[in-house]
Ligand binder design. Structure first.
Ligand SMILES: [Zn+2]
Length: 500
């Protein structure tokens, strides 16, 4: 039912606004239109034999999906679509958002495309960017168009289109539980003062974790406005999806999370999982037993632990107060990392001696990073300085969706250090702030300034320079405060979202 398009709804909204203004009410958010939401799922599993993160895929353990939540109220609409992928490339985000926006009318900038970070999904990233480039230059081939990549784009967009079409009046309820024993800060201070990622189970040189975790499990449950069991839920938790370690396709622990939630809420329940800021968080307990990988040893336990927290929380969820949909987005111009001509020559050559004393795997990531920075400069993804001494800049999109007085969703690009997400939550004017990373682009890690100083893997495998992460926090908080204070549609100045 499409109440929001009826003139009567618009008239009522107008009348209520007049009343609110003339009565001097503090809240001008006279939303009389009901809030609607829809959920939809599409299949994005490639054929067996397609590249997987760890090599050539050998089987499908469980199917990969794109899952979309669309929120609508009056003439406002927003979408969050989360795919079982290791990351979202700019080409995928751009194409899928353009298709979804054209088919639904949801503004391009109101669509968040995120990845769960499943390390058991397709390794499609390079191929997608090359394909997107061929599409842009109209040189894609017939074989391209029959392959997996256009299908992936279509499926991600279709999830949004279907969720939009199926949107119905809902009750939104939120909760936050705590999960312990399944996530750990994966960077450690060693005896010699260095910081090392994945320092090793039982390593006697470990003094302490270099940072915190975020044990909070954020839950958003959607049920029909009339009541009844929830038909869909969004769970956000900060933990890497790298618990499996084989070459079969699968969604990692969100698969077991959904299976378990279906035992409580019914077989049709759709569980949407969003990864919180987990750049430096994974499941490995350095004080635990050796191994700690595999579906039976780890993945199921992580998923079912989260499900237990969600089910427990579901008995004490709070209805979102004064549901009032609004979206803001902005671009942060983060400093891009610099590199020398010598470093570029080294990155391009396999034969040159390593420039730094570091693990071989890190040399590989450093090479890739430098080549990727060079590509970003060449293809316009990064913008050159207008003053010679300034750094190149990387435009990074930050998005925020207000669901009501006490709940909002934030989308951040990259694998963001947990401290940055915690800082947003702490200062957010919304008691329930869902922060989802890995949105819209593929920029690897976003450490804190401190993390950059400490160095090691995530600092090496990052594109933004120190300070970029803190800029994301500032931008997210600015959007959240705007959403908290601002009653009406975004002004031109406030809305700096991508224009089409
Ligand atoms: Zn990662």
């Amino acid at each position: 039912m499409n109440l929001d398009r009826r003139p009567r709804g618009a008239w009522l909204a107008m009348a209520a606004l007049v009343v609110a203004v003339s009565s001097g009410a503090i809240s001008l958010r006279a939303q009389t239109a009901p809030i609607l939401a829809g959920v939809a799922v599409t299949d994005i599993t490639p054929p067996v034999g397609y590249a997987q993160y760890r090599g050539i895929s050998t089987a499908v353990h469980d199917r990969l999906h794109a899952k979309a939540l669309v929120f609508r109220q009056g003439d406002r609409a927003a979408a969050l679509v989360i795919a079982d992928l290791i990351a979202i490339t700019p080409g995928l985000a751009m194409e899928a958002r353009a298709v979804a926006s054209a088919k639904t009318g949801i503004p391009f900038s109101n669509i968040i495309v995120a990845a769960t970070h499943a390390h058991t999904g397709p390794e499609y990233r390079e191929a997608m960017e090359l394909y997107a480039e061929r599409k842009r230059t109209r040189t894609s081939t017939a074989a391209d168009e029959q392959g997996y990549l256009p299908q992936l784009i279509r499926s991600v967009a279709q999830a949004v289109i279907d969720a939009h079409a199926g949107a119905r009046p809902v009750q939104l309820r939120t909760g936050a539980g705590q999960a312990t024993g399944i996530s750990f800060n994966r960077r450690f201070v060693l005896r010699d003062g260095r910081v090392r990622m994945n320092a090793g189970i039982g390593n006697p040189d470990i003094v302490r974790p270099a940072g915190p975790i975020d044990p909070e499990v954020n839950v958003l449950m959607l049920s029909a406005a009339g009541g009844g069991d929830p038909f869909a839920g969004l769970t956000v938790f900060a933990n890497h999806l790298d618990t499996v370690g084989d070459t079969e396709f699968g969604a990692d622990y969100p698969f077991y999370l959904e299976q378990a939630l279906r035992r409580s809420f019914g077989q049709d329940f759709v569980s949407v999982f969003g990864i919180g800021t987990a750049g430096n968080i994974n499941h490995i307990d350095v004080n635990g037993p050796p191994g700690q990988r595999g579906r039976d040893a780890v993945t199921r336990r992580v998923g079912e632990t989260l499900a237990r927290v969600v089910v427990e929380e579901s008995t004490r969820l709070q209805a979102v107060r004064d549901p009032s949909l609004e979206v803001r987005s902005t671009f942060v111009y983060a400093p891009l990392q610099e590199y020398t001509a010598e470093e570029l020559a080294w990155a391009r050559s396999d034969s040159m001696k390593p420039l730094y004393q570091e693990r071989e795997s890190q040399q590989m990531f450093r090479r890739r990073k430098i080549l990727s920075l060079e590509r970003m400069r060449a293809n316009g993804a990064a913008t050159p300085p207008t003053v010679g001494t300034e750094p190149w800049r990387l435009p990074l999109e930050v998005q925020a969706i207000r669901l009501g007085e006490d709940a909002a969703i934030v989308g951040l690009p990259g694998e963001v250090f947990v401290e940055l997400g915690l800082a947003i939550k702490k200062a957010s004017p919304f008691p329930r702030t869902f922060i989802i990373e890995l949105t819209n682009t593929n920029i690897a890690y976003v450490p804190t300034r401190e993390g950059f100083e400490q160095g090691d893997y995530e600092a090496v495998n990052s594109r933004v320079a120190p300070g970029g992460g803190e800029m994301l926090v500032e931008a997210a908080l600015r959007l959240l405060r705007e959403l908290k204070d601002d009653p009406g549609p975004p002004s031109e100045a406030a809305s700096t979202g991508l224009r089409r």
